[in-house]
Design a protein around this ligand. Sequence first.
Ligand SMILES: [Zn+2]
Length: 285
Amino acid sequence: MASSTASQQPAQVWDESQCVAALAQLERLQAQIDDLRLTIPRVVAPLSPQITKRPELFAAFKKAAVGSQSNIKAFRTTWQSQETQALFEHTKASLEANSDLTPGAQLPRYGWEQKEIRDRDAEARRRDGAKDGEDKAVVSMSKEERERILQEFRAANGQLKVFSKDDDRDILIHFISGGLKYRFHVVVNSETNGGEHLDAECLGNGEPFVSITRCVSLRPHANELKPLLDMIAAYKNVQSNSCAKCGKLLDKSALVPTARRSKQPEEANEKQETVWEALHESCLD
Ligand SMILES: [Zn+2]
């Protein structure tokens, strides 16, 4: 354990993934503590009148007692683990540096384990996507082409505020949908090989914005401007806010569908308009 003379500052500032991992660890610890509350009911359960034969009673009691003991052991192991102790030390140092816990009170209590898994999957997919991208041809767009795409986008989406600068290489899109203000930032970056790549971010800390950024970064046709802008507009225009895959509004982590994906137009749709659907991040393929 850190002594009381430990540094007033946390050894280092944690990034988001470290904070999520720590919250997930605390959630696992909390689940173990919650489970331990059932220790006594589990141990006394075999003493019910249903079991009449003594050997059976003994076997059931032994099983319950030993099972409870291993739960306590497992809890102790998690508590004493280096991961948990390092977390406590970091928390202590952080609290000494800044005792205002107000921002922490706004964080959800549950869902961190799920988020840790999703983040890890998204990172793996992003890395795979980046590998695929390396094989693709260099994509580059003229200034006039970008201007035309943006003009058409503005004309088709009058309800969105679209700002652009640096020859339309830096685009900001604002709108309100479902009572939330969304701000998307798109940047056309030049690469040394003469190509370009598009970065898109849904600005804002916390959900659903962080999840939206992850879903947008996993988009197909990652370096095409028009599909990206249309995807952003779909956060306002989508026909149904329920998930197109599971049909629900909230997923297991109580998160709304934060992905937008286009559906192949059906033949009956004569105008061949792209139909956008909402999907949970956890329901993305
Ligand atoms: Zn879903």
